[in-house]
Design a protein around this ligand. Structure first.
Ligand code: UDP
Length: 460
């Protein structure tokens, strides 16, 4: 039998995201960047996910740990709290098992890049005398807010509005992460986002999926408190710098996108004539909100491509598809990056999840922000007021974005002087995002330094 040749001088990094699309995508992409720079990388995710996904990429190995819910994942748990607690217990144990398995295979792990939603992973790192890097999949601005609340510097989180946070603009109540603007909502998630900082000072590095010029002031402030590096945006290389050959999608499909249909449909549309609409992988809109979005889209008279996940489908008004057949296409999941990069797409009506926000800006598409919860309102504030790449739809007294507002905001972005200004700004941010990840750019240099540090620690 042929003997395997193992180069034990190549450091091996294990990447551990929280098991959600918005966390797996950027962390898998980062793993691929490490591989392109000569590091071996393995992505560990829950057995439920590894059993459900199709990976079309083999540069990063995929391995399983367990969250304690192997057949249904999060949906099997009786509450968020129960899920997170069981994940901590079963996850810590199965992570150690995986690391031991890697040791035995001759590819020992040297460093774990972990998601701070799972701070227990850093305890495993310390117990096994490995190196540990926290990887944040949200913006620096958001982390600054959570950090101040965690530190007790803002006893009443609503005080954020009156106490300026270094590097942040003044925030209105509707700009705050939803855990504060809607007190008492999702207490287990609130605890989780604040717990990210519980042991962070013991991490060797803090990596953040953003780039220097996007959040200059808050990045400068954060560099003073953590050994942090901005490494984003983590879009597949072909959409930005084109340095990593063949890297043209996220390549870990939790849902199979309707690629063919929607790309063909886009091919038949004029330049900049389509609104792409998506609320990401988790947000669930109320029935009334869904109806308002639907009729607002129709009223805008634009062509549209709307991602409605299967779980949301029944909320689409019954006559809507029939009445808009000439104008729009509904699909249950899209190849979002390809869609945003398509010349027919003129704007992106988004929930402002951090990945979608970065993707829209990196591909130069103006945004219509319709934030739903968690970090999305804060991202929407930046989109409109700080980066000038979009407009934010206002909610009415019932907390709903009306059909008239949807229609108005789409028209504002797709037509006229305002639309032109947003397009110019979006193009500027696309260039800056590309510059950050291009050879010698700020994020590229930070990744190089991270790789060099791992190598030198291993040789020390
Ligand atoms: N996405 C996709 N197809 C879709 C909708 C979303 O590939 O139809 C991807 C999108 O490109 C992004 C991720 O799913 O990378 C969603 O992450 P985000 O942070 O925007 O939102 P979340 O799903 O976490 O709310």
């Amino acid at each position: 039998m042929e003997k395997k040749v193992i180069d034990s001088r190549v450091p091996h990094v294990l990447v551990l995201p929280y098991p959600a699309r918005g966390h797996i995508n950027p962390m898998l992409q980062f793993a691929k960047r490490l591989v392109s720079k000569g590091i071996k990388a393995t992505l560990a995710t829950t057995l439920f996910i590894t059993n459900s996904v199709q990976s079309e990429d083999n540069s990063v190995a995929i391995e399983s740990i367990s969250d304690g819910y192997d057949t249904g994942g999060f949906t099997e748990a009786e509450s968020v709290k129960a899920y997170l607690e069981r994940f901590k217990t079963v996850g810590s144990k199965t992570l150690i098992d995986l690391i031991e398995k890697m040791d035995a295979s001759g590819h020992p792990i040297n460093c774990i890049v972990y998601d701070p939603f799972l701070p227990w992973a850093l305890e495993v790192v310390k117990k096994l005398h490995l190196h540990g890097a926290a990887f944040f999949t949200q913006s620096c601005a958001l982390l600054a807010i959570y950090y101040h609340v965690h530190k007790g510097k803002l006893n009443d989180p609503l005080a954020i509005m009156n106490v300026p946070i270094p590097g942040l603009p003044l925030l209105d109540v509707l700009d705050l992460p939803s855990f504060f603007s809607v007190p008492g909502s999702y207490p287990a998630y609130l605890e989780m986002v604040l717990n990210q900082f519980s042991n962070l000072e013991t991490a060797d590095w803090v990596l953040i999926n953003t780039f220097d010029k996007l959040e200059t002031e808050v990045v400068n402030w954060m560099e003073g408190i953590w050994p942090m590096k901005t490494i984003g945006p983590t879009l597949p290389s072909m959409f930005l710098d084109k340095l990593v050959k063949g890297e043209n999608a996220y390549e870990l499909n939790l849902w199979k996108p309707n690629d063919g249909t929607c790309m063909e449909w886009l091919d038949t549309r004029a330049i900049g004539s389509v609104v792409y609409v998506s609320f990401g992988s988790m947000a669930s809109l109320g029935l009334e909100q869904m109806e308002e979005v639907a009729w607002g889209l129709k009223g805008s008279n634009s062509y549209f491509l709307w991602v409605v996940r299967d779980s949301e489908k029944e909320k689409v008004p019954s006559k809507f598809v029939e009445e808009t057949r000439e104008k729009g296409l509904l699909l249950n999941w899209s190849p979002q990056l390809e869609v945003l990069a398509h010349r027919a797409v003129g704007s992106f009506l988004t929930h402002c999840g951090w990945n979608s926000t970065l993707e829209g800006m990196s591909l130069g598409v103006p945004l219509v922000a319709v934030p739903q919860w968690t970090d999305q309102p804060t991202n929407a504030k930046y989109v409109e007021e700080v980066w000038g790449v979009g407009v934010r739809a206002k909610v009415n007294e019932k907390g709903i974005v009306s059909r008239e507002e949807v229609e108005l905001r789409i028209k504002e972005v797709m037509e006229g002087e305002k639309g032109e200004e947003l397009k110019r700004n979006a193009s500027k941010w696309r260039e800056l995002a590309k510059e950050a990840v291009d050879e010698g750019g700020s994020s590229d240099k930070n990744i190089e330094e991270f790789v060099a540090a791992i190598r030198s620690k291993e040789c020390a």
